[in-house]
Design a protein around this ligand. Structure first.
Ligand code: ADP
Ligand code: ZN
Length: 600
């Protein structure tokens, strides 16, 4: 462990391990297997990088994502570690060179794609070389039920049979019990020590708002809170992605679309720009996901409701990997609920699967409508017991007012019942408001007791109310595709007036008294920050790596705060190991010295 600590300081420039990194490393150094479940940004990489460097031989890292591999190798090389990767982007010649270096044990870490690892040729190479460990990154790819299933991952069990002496470590940020059991079974990790970290991401601020005018809401959020920041905007459809990206670009923002319908080349280019430039916004379907290792994504915005809390958590988790404040922002509306319910019902899945997916959607809706701390709901969903309200989500920061919706809910339910349980929300709201619609007269619904009974509330209020009733499972959405509403069994006590119903009050912002959720403290800013950022851009271009590989925003913030004057002081800043000190120490210190001089 002494050697591990020395590497942590000298190579990575950090002064202590974040638990459970030290325990994981100790297990591997003792020759044991490990299974590590840690949230995104938790620090999984060091868990295998450090022991691979301490143990004799080469550490083999299996990773499904080429972009991720390249980033890791670039970052390690910048830190002075002997790392390389083998994947389909290498020329035959370059691949042969890497293999030769590997065969001579001149590497600390070798990253390989699973399909390459499993070739007889490569296995033969492994047989002849001393191995420090196997690390299986994104281990949830082994799960057939998961969204990232990779068939090659299943064959990785061969490593256990073929190299029983080499410790193996599997890592993932997917938290649920089922996936964990599958990883253990399929990768033969029943002897492994299991390390489960809290999945909390305290630096992410969760915010969910009803949709009014999605584009304006998004634009205001970006302009007011993240004017020059990198971010991801998720939309449900390709069409919406294209429209939203074009619209943001027309407003003067750097926004690029990304979805599976685009040419591979365009997709690659947009992803590269997102990685290599600062302040780029990618507007994407969920196809833009895994492999986004960029640490300084300052916001993730959802324009639609995700299908499950797992999906929401994974997507929002791409914000703030560097630990600095970040926003997970979402608008959602009644249409989302209806669309998702319909998609689910009309899908191909069998009844059992549909039932599970239904529950997942319900949990997601409950998260949206909750009037208490969102983080508590999230963490409980993942089986944790949070200590209390977090103070860093919208409901903690500006607790929503609730109102006694018992009577209004009865009227809304009654409108569904009296009109025969087949009309959509728009029609029902018209009935409640007593609109002189021709259809309403034709069906004789202007004769109903509920006709015009709801004039005390606005159309938006009624829509909000219906959304919440659907979200709470008191109303069901028709499956045939017309979006008609039906009463669901749990509505009975409310309809009979036996059960009071308190709902979230939706504040429609008026021009005068706009109610704003407090913005997260901005990351960075100021002249020195900008100058260091420009220097970082220049160094990144010279070294042909993304800026955050030179140093990330957390390090940048420390530089601004401490203004180191010597290499010794610079060494105390997190993220500066010996190699980076030697490579960039001088230009950074020069810049800070000149800046301080010009200030005086
Ligand atoms: P993950 O793979 O779990 O998403 P990473 O391994 O990319 O996370 O680490 C996330 C960030 O945390 C990186 O910027 C990394 O340098 C930093 N980090 C990891 N371990 C430590 C540590 N012990 N001290 C300080 N920073 C750390
Ligand atoms: Zn909270």
């Amino acid at each position: 462990m002494d050697a591990a600590h020395a590497i942590l300081r000298k190579v990575f420039g950090y002064d202590r391990f974040r638990p459970p990194q030290d325990a994981v490393i100790a297990a591997l150094l003792a020759g044991q297997d490990a299974l590590v479940l840690m949230p995104t940004g938790g620090g999984k990489s060091l868990c295998y990088q450090v022991p691979a460097m301490v143990r004799p031989g080469v550490g083999i890292v299996v990773s499904p994502l080429i972009a991720l591999m390249q980033d890791q190798v670039a970052a390690l090389t910048e830190a002075g570690v002997r790392a390389a990767c083998l994947n389909s982007t290498l020329s035959a010649d370059a691949a042969r060179q890497v293999e030769a270096a590997f065969a001579r044990s001149e590497l600390d870490l070798l990253y390989v794609a699973p399909e390459r690892l499993l070739t007889e040729r490569f296995l033969a190479l492994l047989d002849r070389t001393r191995l420090a460990l196997f690390a299986i990154d994104e281990a949830h790819c082994v799960s057939q039920w998961g969204h990232d299933f990779r068939p090659e991952y299943i064959q990785l069990s061969v490593l256990a049979e073929r190299y029983p002496q080499v410790p193996r470590i599997a890592l993932t940020a997917t938290a649920d019990e089922l996936t964990r059991r599958e990883i253990v079974a399929r990768l033969a990790l029943d002897q492994a020590q299991v390390f489960i970290s809290s999945f909390d991401r305290p630096n992410i601020r969760y915010r969910i708002t009803p949709r009014r005018n999605a584009r304006d809401q998004l634009l205001r959020f970006i302009r007011e809170e993240h004017p020059n920041d990198a971010g991801i905007v998720y939309c449900l459809s390709r069409k919406k992605v294209d429209e939203t990206a074009a619209w943001l670009a027309a407003q003067g923002l750097t926004a690029l679309p990304y979805h599976a319908g685009m040419a591979a080349e365009d997709r690659r280019r947009h992803q590269e720009r997102f990685r290599n430039e600062e302040g780029v916004i990618v507007v994407a379907t969920i196809a833009f996901g895994m492999g986004i290792d960029k640490p300084d994504v300052r916001f993730v915005a959802h324009m639609n409701l995700p299908k499950s809390v797992e999906a929401y958590y994974q997507e929002t988790g791409r914000a703030g990997r560097d630990g600095l404040p970040a926003d997970a922002w979402m608008v959602y509306g009644l249409e989302d609920v209806i669309t998702l319910r319909q998609m689910l019902e009309s899908g191909e899945a069998d009844a059992e699967r549909k039932r599970i997916e239904h529950h997942k959607l319900e949990a997601m809706l409950a998260l949206c409508e909750v009037t208490t701390c969102r983080r508590e709901v999230l963490l409980r969903y993942f089986g944790e017991q949070p200590a209390g309200p977090c103070g860093n989500c919208d409901t903690c920061l500006s607790p929503p007012a609730t109102w006694d919706a018992t009577e209004a809910a009865r009227q809304a339910l009654s409108a569904v019942h009296r009109t025969g349980q087949r009309f959509g929300v728009t029609y029902l709201v018209d009935v409640l408001l007593g609109k002189g619609d021709e259809r309403i007269r034709r069906f004789g619904h202007d004769k109903l007791a509920v006709y015009g009974l709801g004039k005390a509330l606005s159309a938006a209020d009624w829509r909000g109310l219906y959304r919440q009733l659907i979200a709470r499972g008191l109303i069901e959405v028709d499956v045939e595709g017309y979006g008609g509403l039906r009463l669901a069994e749990p509505c009975r006590p409310v309809l009979r007036g036996e059960e009071p119903l308190f709902l979230r009050k939706e504040t429609t912002p008026t021009r005068a008294g706009k109610k704003k959720t407090r913005a997260a403290p901005p990351v960075g800013g100021g002249e020195l920050w900008e100058e260091l950022r420009a220097l970082r851009r220049r160094l990144a271009a010279e070294h042909d790596v993304p800026p955050y590989v030179i140093f990330n925003d957390a390090t940048l913030a420390e530089l601004v705060a401490h203004r180191p004057r010597s290499l010794g002081e610079l060494a105390d800043i997190h993220g500066f190991g010996e190699h980076k000190l030697a490579a960039y120490g001088k230009p950074i210190l020069d810049l800070i010295r000149d800046f301080v001089a010009s200030e005086n």
